[in-house]
Structure formats: structure tokens, C-alpha cells
Design a protein around this ligand. Structure first.
Ligand SMILES: Nc1ncnc2c1ncn2[C@@H]1O[C@H](COP(=O)(O)OP(=O)(O)OP(=O)(O)O)[C@@H](O)[C@H]1O
Ligand SMILES: Cc1ncc(COP(=O)(O)O)c(N)n1
Length: 265
């Protein structure tokens, strides 16, 4: 069986973070493992507490995983401070980790900061060069590329700038754009749009976590990057279309129905 590891924070409401990642990887047919970076007290309305593990403990988690069941792909989500980022980089290099998908989580949908502002430069320096793919949303891509994004052309330019600077492929997610939900993949000098119809569902808690985990799961199974993104986008649209409506704020998606009528392997 193919295996995948998520390095991310726990979301007590189960919609984002580690919980979304494990559901997604499992539904996409790979064995999921986790290295938890932080515990968040969180629900659909907001984040009320953040309790980080120490860098030493994260190192222990990563040693335990890599020395026993080697992941075929790694997804990285919430890493809230520079120490946790550095230790992740060191361990991923030490073990020669393959197929690293980096979701540069900075701010939760509910508005809470999940990455210390001063740690952004460390994330960029340490983890972007190790990643096969980075999956910023529009605000994150503005930070990474240093320019504002208002149009499709701006998205294309920003993805190209990030790829050129850090030597990784870029999937710039369009969930925050006003019209459609099209994502732009820039891979080896070549750009491709992945079309997504905007689904009228305000419950988008964890969409970024889900997309990056589904990409990692498909890379773990041996699909190309382009196919992995296509399949992940289909999975996400399925989970969002199931129209689960839980909690008072932006609620989680329904993973159990994400694959209905879709690929069956
Ligand atoms: N209403 C929607 N309908 C269809 N697809 C959507 C919708 N909202 C987001 N998506 C898709 O979800 C994925 C995540 O995109 P988004 O830009 O929202 O990332 P994000 O902000 O990192 O997510 P998160 O909400 O987890 O922070 C992308 O593939 C995007 O196109
Ligand atoms: C532990 C954790 N990781 C990531 C997110 C981002 O997801 P979202 O932007 O959908 O809130 C989150 N809210 N919590």
C-alpha cells in the first residue's frame, strides 16, 4: 500500500489540518501518517487557542515515522514558528523525503494567524526549495511573489515568479477570486489552468488542506503532478458539492461523499 505523511496542526473541529488530511489521504487510497506540529482549539467560527509542540518533539515524531514506515509523499501544512520550520527542513533533507507538497498556511479562513509573521521568511528559505509543489491561495501568493493579484494574468505572473525564485512547481489556488474557482499550475516553464466551477457552498473550512493532501496522496500512488492536481480538484469539488452544513461559521466538507460516482481505484 502507498503511504503519505502529513506534517500539520490539529483542528479540534475536524474540518482542517491533520483531521482533514487523514480523511483525504484515506479516501484517496493511501495509508496516512501524521507528525503534529500544533494543537489548535478551533471550531467553524474561530481559533481560541494554539499550543505548539517543541521542535525537539517534532523531530522525534519525524524520526519515528521515517525510520519505520517510509512515506511515498509528504504534505506540509501549519507550521507556526521558525523552530518548527527549521527542524522539518532538516529532517526532510536527512531522510531524502520525496514528493513534498507544501501548503503555506498563513491565516485561517476564520481570520486567525497560524504562522508567525516573522517566520514567513524562514518558511520561504527553508521549505520552498525542498518542495516539489507549493500551493498558495491568492493572499499567500501575494506574500510569496511580492505583488498584488487582481486578475488571471496576475495569477499567472505570480506563479511564474514564485517558481523562478524557489525552484519548485506552483499551484496558485483561485478559491479567493470573486468569480470561478480556477487554479493555475506552473510546472517547468509551462502553465495550465484547472477549471473549477464555483460551488455555492459557504462551508469551505479546510479546502486548502484537503486539496494539498489529495495531491500528495495521488503523487504517492505514482500519478504525474498534472494528473494528481486534476484528481485532487475532482475530489475537492465532490466533497464541497455534498453540501454538509455543520456549525455556526464556515463549516467542514463531507469526505464520505467526495468520491460518489468518481474514480474508484
Ligand atoms: N466555492 C468553491 N467552489 C469550488 N471550488 C472552490 C470553492 N472555494 C474554494 N475552492 C477550491 O478549493 C481549493 C482551495 O482553494 P482556496 O483558494 O480556498 O485555498 P485556501 O484559502 O488555502 O483554503 P482554506 O480555506 O483551507 O484556507 C482550490 O482548488 C479552489 O479552487
Ligand atoms: C490546524 C489548521 N491547519 C490549517 C488551517 C487552515 O484551514 P482554513 O483556512 O480552511 O481554516 C486551519 N484552520 N487549522
Amino acid at each position: 500500500m502507498n503511504t503519505a505523511l502529513t506534517i500539520a496542526g490539529s483542528d479540534s473541529s475536524g474540518g482542517a489540518g491533520i483531521q482533514a488530511d487523514i480523511k483525504t489521504m484515506t479516501m484517496n487510497g493511501v495509508y496516512a501518517m501524521s507528525a503534529i506540529t500544533s494543537l489548535t482549539a478551533q471550531n467553524t467560527v474561530g481559533v481560541t487557542g494554539i499550543y505548539n509542540v517543541t521542535p525537539e518533539f517534532l523531530a522525534q515524531e519525524l524520526d519515528a515515522v521515517f525510520s519505520d514506515i517510509r512515506p511515498d509523499a509528504v504534505k506540509i501544512g501549519m507550521l507556526s514558528d521558525a523552530g518548527l520550520i527549521r527542524v522539518s527542513g532538516e529532517k526532510l533533507q536527512q531522510y531524502g523525503a520525496k514528493h513534498i507538497v507544501l501548503d503555506p498556511v498563513m491565516v485561517a479562513t476564520s481570520g486567525a494567524r497560524l504562522l508567525a509573521e516573522e517566520a514567513v521568511t524562514v518558511l520561504v528559505k527553508v521549505l520552498l526549495p525542498l518542495a516539489e509543489l507549493v500551493t498558495p491561495n491568492i493572499p499567500e501568493a501575494e506574500v510569496l511573489s511580492g505583488g498584488s493579484i487582481k486578475s488571471k494574468e496576475d495569477m499567472e505572473r505570480a506563479a511564474e515568479t514564485i517558481a523562478a525564485h524557489y525552484g519548485c512547481h506552483v499551484l496558485l489556488k483561485g478559491g479567493h477570486s470573486v468569480s470561478d474557482a480556477n487554479d493555475f499550475l506552473y510546472e517547468q516553464g509551462k502553465g495550465r489552468w484547472f477549471k473549477g466551477e464555483r460551488i455555492e457552498n459557504p462551508n469551505t473550512h479546510g479546502t486548502g488542506c484537503t486539496l494539498s493532501s489529495a495531491i500528495a496522496a495521488n503523487l504517492a500512488k505514482g500519478y504525474s503532478l498534472e494528473d494528481s492536481v486534476g484528481r485532487a480538484k475532482e475530489y475537492l469539488s465532490g466533497a464541497l458539492s455534498a453540501m454538509l452544513d455543520l456549525g455556526a461559521g464556515s463549516g467542514p466538507m463531507n469526505h464520505a461523499f467526495a468520491l460518489t460516482g468518481k474514480f474508484s481505484d
